[in-house]
Ligand binder design. Structure first.
Ligand SMILES: [Zn+2]
Length: 606
């Protein structure tokens, strides 16, 4: 398990819970019944052994990510295999203590050990090897995926992403959209087998199927968790539907009849391969006269801000909340700029190499408004990591997997015009009449994402449970995309294709619900902290910068790590024990009113 946190796209691809064969000794008839003392010792030993493996792996990963060569890639794969194999071993051994009544802390540690896997290999060695091989093959097929419009011209996903984001030629967009989706079909056979074997492994650990295993990570029953998600979606759906209606008629103005007046929007017209975020079509839907009146990128560049100063601004935000400055080693060991002489992974990420305070970020910082915000986000991860470093090893993680991303994004929500004024970067904040542009741009990113973030695993859970059979993989995928997103494919999709696997997280076995949760939670955190900071204005204008009381509340939650069920952590910061999507509604309330005005007399829904 690596604990390295970054943006939406990357996350924990290395969480593949795979490994060699493991003997399960729980049922051995001659064995004596285990004791509470043995369980405690087992948890302690597992923590010590895993910590060592994780730290080794972090170091190797860091070198690999900042110096990519054939050798470092191989070393990183070896280190990942080792910690994954150990994870599987301890997860299976932990089941030996299932029947004991344990002290809460030990019980939680054993539970976390069992839940740390995202894929459990069956104990049969040949099946285990087969699953390992299939999982690697699917991720590899995705990584190597290309679309070749002509014999001598091939586009990789990076090229295609650029076209999806910037092209306004509907024919070209459809061409690359369909071209990329062809990557899924050949994976279908492997995927069917992966589902069979993964379910078998999950059942050996005592779960009904792999989906139930994934849903068990949330301190409630899998059924309760699913119901919670439905409830959250119902809270936020009206906002999405208004946004969808507005974007649809604006795109219809641009593209004509290929965008229906009242049906679903074609999947290839929203600026993103999966129509998961729509901010790339902002220029097509921007309100008139909504320019915020300043350009942070130009301001930063005009002042000759360098990358180090960009990070200092981020640190300054946390210092203003009462957090200690970053350690000296952070400044010595981080990577802030792209080296000229070697290949690196530029995708921004935050690290805690020794699981104590060897904090680092890895970025190729450009002097832009976007990177200014990203730095605040990444440092959110670092301060979280340091806040829980006094916890036992297995509790050094976020309260649930949605929390880590949510904290980084919460901090980024405080990068408001008023904050820029406090830093002296802006003379005067624009008046709130300029807010619609800022809010719409943010909604195209955060609100548009919600139904997609929700449906990916709604789909996979049904696949794992057998409710969706291989004969209808594609049919139900598009039924769910229609139901939640109001999106439809522009070309007929048969069962020879497998469009779900044209999304990285499906091909690479990475659970997705954390992104939906993070999207909901960040607004809930922001609303609570803004209230603590005494901000009574519109939420999008609240920044907690400089407020020690809000800082303390944040720190109290961060320091808990995952030592307690997540509702306890949520309560520490918000006073609520339930996730609550009304915060996102509050944040976007001025936009909702504006959208409803724009949509008057126009069809809404699909
Ligand atoms: Zn992140």
């Amino acid at each position: 398990m690596t604990r390295r946190f970054s943006g939406l796209a990357l996350a924990a691809s290395a969480l593949l819970g795979l490994g060699g064969a493991v003997e399960v000794s729980a049922q051995a008839p001659a064995e004596k019944a285990p004791t509470v003392e043995e369980a405690k010792k087992f948890a302690d030993d597992a923590e010590a052994a895993l910590l060592k493996l994780w730290v080794d792996q972090s170091r190797i990963d860091w070198v690999k990510s900042t110096y990519i060569t054939d050798d470092t890639l191989k070393l990183a794969a070896q280190a990942a295999d080792k910690s994954i194999a150990a994870g599987v071993k301890y997860a299976k051994q932990a089941t030996r203590y299932d029947k004991l009544t344990l002290p809460p802390e030990t019980a939680r540690k054993l539970k976390l050990l069992k839940l740390s896997l995202t894929l459990a290999a069956p104990s049969d060695p040949s099946e285990s090897a087969e699953l390992t091989q299939i999982a690697a093959a699917m991720e590899g097929a995705y990584g190597k995926g290309k679309y070749c419009p002509t014999k001598d011209k091939c586009l990789d996903l990076e090229d295609i992403t650029r076209i999806m984001a910037t092209s306004r030629d509907a024919k070209e967009l459809l061409d690359v959209w369909a071209g990329w989706h062809a990557v899924g079909g050949p994976m279908k056979k492997d995927f069917v087998r992966y589902v069979e074997l993964g379910n078998k492994g999950a059942r050996e650990l005592g779960f009904k199927d792999m989906g139930a295993m994934w849903r068990s990570k949330y301190d409630m029953t899998p059924e309760e968790f699913a119901a919670e998600l439905d409830r959250l979606w119902e809270q936020v759906r009206p906002l999405y539907v208004s946004l969808h209606a507005y974007v649809r008629w604006k795109l219809r103005e641009k593209y004509g009849d290929i965008v229906p007046a009242s049906g679903p929007i074609s999947a290839h017209l929203l600026g993103n391969m999966w129509a998961q975020t729509w901010d790339n079509v902002y220029p097509l839907v921007a309100p008139k006269g909504a320019d915020p009146g300043y350009d942070l990128t130009a301001i930063l560049k005009g002042r000759n801000t360098d990358p180090l100063q960009m990070v200092r601004y981020g640190e300054g935000f946390f210092s203003s909340l009462g957090f200690d400055p970053l350690p000296k080693t952070f400044w010595e060991r981080s990577m802030f700029t792209k080296p000229k002489d070697r290949e690196v992974v530029c995708h921004a990420s935050a690290w805690d190499i020794d699981y104590v305070d060897d904090l680092r970020i890895k970025m190729c910082i450009d002097i832009t408004a976007e990177d200014f915000t990203t730095i605040h986000h990444e440092l959110g991860h670092n301060y979280y990591q340091r806040a829980y470093d006094k916890q036992p090893v297995l509790f050094r993680d976020s309260a649930n997997d949605g929390f880590h991303e949510a904290v980084g994004d919460t901090i980024a929500l405080s990068v408001t015009p008023e904050y820029l004024v406090r830093l002296g970067l802006l003379d005067k904040a624009p008046d709130t009449s300029k807010d619609i542009g800022l809010l719409l741009a943010k909604a195209l990113e955060k609100v548009a994402f919600l139904p997609f973030g929700l449906m990916i695993d709604q789909y996979r859970w049904k696949v794992f449970s057998g409710e969706i059979t291989p004969a209808e993989y594609n049919k139900v995928w598009w039924q769910l995309r229609l139901k939640y997103q109001g999106i439809a494919p522009a070309t007929p999709r048969g069962e020879d294709g497998f469009d779900a696997a044209a999304k990285y997280h499906v091909a690479a076995n990475v659970p997705y619900m954390r992104y939906f949760l993070a999207d909901i939670l960040q607004f809930q955190f922001h609303r609570a902290l803004a209230k603590t900071a005494g901000c009574n204005g519109p939420l999008n204008r609240c920044s907690i910068y400089g407020n020690k009381e809000a800082g303390k509340k944040l720190n109290d939650m961060l320091a808990m790590g995952c030592s307690k069920p997540w509702p306890d952590a949520l309560e520490a910061i918000t006073g609520q024990r339930q996730m609550d999507a009304t915060a996102i509604r509050d944040y976007f309330a001025p936009l909702q009113a504006w959208l409803d005005e724009q949509n008057k007399g126009k069809p809404v829904g699909w």
